[in-house]
Design a protein around this ligand. Sequence first.
Ligand SMILES: [Zn+2]
Length: 207
Amino acid sequence: LAFPEPLERLIRALERFPGVGPRSAERMALHVLRSDPEEVADLAVALRDARMQTARCETCGNVTLRSPCAICSDAERDRSCVCVVEGPREVAKMEDAKVHSGLYHVLMEGFAPREGAAPEGRALQALRRRVESGEVREVVLATAPDREGEGAALLVCEALEGTPAVISRLARGVPVGTRLEYLHGEILAEAFRERRVWSARDPRAEG
Ligand SMILES: [Zn+2]
C-alpha cells in the first residue's frame, strides 16, 4: 500500500464517484487529511443523510423525501401526459417554467448523464409499465438535443414499441447541445408547446 490503510480505503471509495479517477481521488483524500476534523465529520453526516433521508419516487424515479413524490401524488395533475427527462434538475426546470401540468419520468441513475451513464434498463421498464397501465396517452421526450439525449430518446422509443402512447419531442427551438437546465424558461415553454409527434424509425417526421 502506498498510504496507510484508512487513507487507501478513502481513496478507493472516492474513485467510485462518476468522473473521479485515481489522481483526483488521491487529491480529494489528501484534502480531507488537511481539513478541520469538524468539517470532515459534517461531510460524513451529510453523505449519510443525503443517502438515508432521500428516496427515488417509485413511480417517476425522481429524487424525493418521500415516495411517491409530491408531483406523482398531486391529484390535480394530468396523468395522461408523461414528460421524460434525464435528471431531477430538468424536472425542476420544467416546473419553474410552468409548462407541463402532467407527470414526469426521470431516466438517469447517477444524475451525471454527461459522463456517459446510459439510462438504466430499470427506468425504461418502469416507463413501459406506466404506459401499459393505460392512463398515459402521450410521452413527451424532453431529453437534450445532444448525443446522449438523442441516444436516450431512441432507447425510450424502443422501450415503448407496441404501446399505444403517442411519442412527441420538444420542438427544435432548443439549440443543439444545450441542456434543459440552461434554457431560458420561455424558450423551454415554447419548445414544449410546439412539440411534435416523433418516431425513432423516421427522424424526418419531427420536421
Ligand atoms: Zn414521482
